[in-house]
Design a protein around this ligand. Sequence first.
Ligand code: GUN
Ligand code: FE
Length: 420
Amino acid sequence: MIIKGNFIFTPSFGQLTVLENSYIIIEGQWVKGTYAELSEEFTGLPVIDYGDDLIIPGFVDLHSHAPQFVNRGLGLDLELLPWLEKYTFSAEAKFKDLAYAEAVYKAVVVELWRWGTTRAVLFGTIHKEATAKLLELLARAGLGGYVGKVNMDRNSPLALIETTKQSLADTEEFLQDTVSRYALVKPIVTPRFVPSCTPELMAGLAYLAKKYQVPVQSHLSENTAEITWVRELHRKCQNYGDVYNQFELFGQQPTIMAHCVHSDAAEIELMAKNNVYVAHCPSSNANLSSGIAPIRRIIQQGVSVGLGSDVAGGHQVSIAQVMVATVQASKLKWLETQKTDDFINMREAFYLATKGGGSFFGKIGSFEAGYEFDALVIHNHHVVDRNQRSLEERLHQFIYIGEDRDIVARYVAGKKVDHP
Ligand code: GUN
Ligand code: FE
């Protein structure tokens, strides 16, 4: 497949490559290369010509909660722990009903598609059937992702609590059922967070993650009351991250930790050492008054970072809007640190939204040779003076003020993906 257009991508953090009026050749799902001109062997072959449109890598959402989509924009008057109790757990309890789950998850998949999220790492609920349905719907839509059956066996409401034994048995059944069922959608082991998982459950989940060679996701150092609670539950551990590490859930398999708003240098160091990814969720962190994650420092200490919408702590599915929130939050952090922690600029945010999070999946999020071709074709409907704007300016305007209708085509792993 040969595609023509204006390509924009970020080979490294802060670096932007802009290829005007160029060609990309895709073999199967892989990028063979980008070219200013087509060499003789390719002339005469059909070319999909997107004219003056921009072509950018698909967005990667490294952290979101599919069952919470129904709560977007609601219940954001509380901090994390009372918010979970009052709004979130009751919403998730409804996913015991498979028909309800299917209806909601169908809508979730359409929303991901609509906003250009080509790969997503999602929490389901404790319910294995509903969560397996979410994998099926994502796979059927042609999107890529990791989806976890959530585990919770302590400090949880009656409607959502599992016994340790049942939680592990259901997880193993879920893993067996899904681990090699789909090409682009895989399961991920998902202890909700330390307060809702006993030591026995965490140890058992680490065992299953290794046995089935699947990654792990959870939450870390999001909110100060949460961190105090974890310290009370695990007095012998150095910090919150160390609890996961003690139970071998911190990089022993590829691991994503969402938030890390209050991680100190030691906790960040432990993540760097264990190759743990951070999912940065600035919209959620503002909505739940959690704080501003020290993303510049986390990156400087060598930790891989991607962006997360964290719906419904976050109110929007759009990763473009999470990029805007990333830049805005980092500017407040810059002021807060007496202008020592440089803010994240748009090029850097674009990296985090594409190749940064994409690297968790493998060779995803760039148009370099050998990468899987995940792409969005962008037509800037809002730009009235298009010819006077550089391609990079048009990218920035799409990120800040673009709409879903500006995304006129989506590709995942070399295949065009239409409305699910
Ligand atoms: N920590 C534990 N569960 C959750 C959740 O559902 N959302 C967020 N933002 N943090 C959590
Ligand atoms: Fe979350």
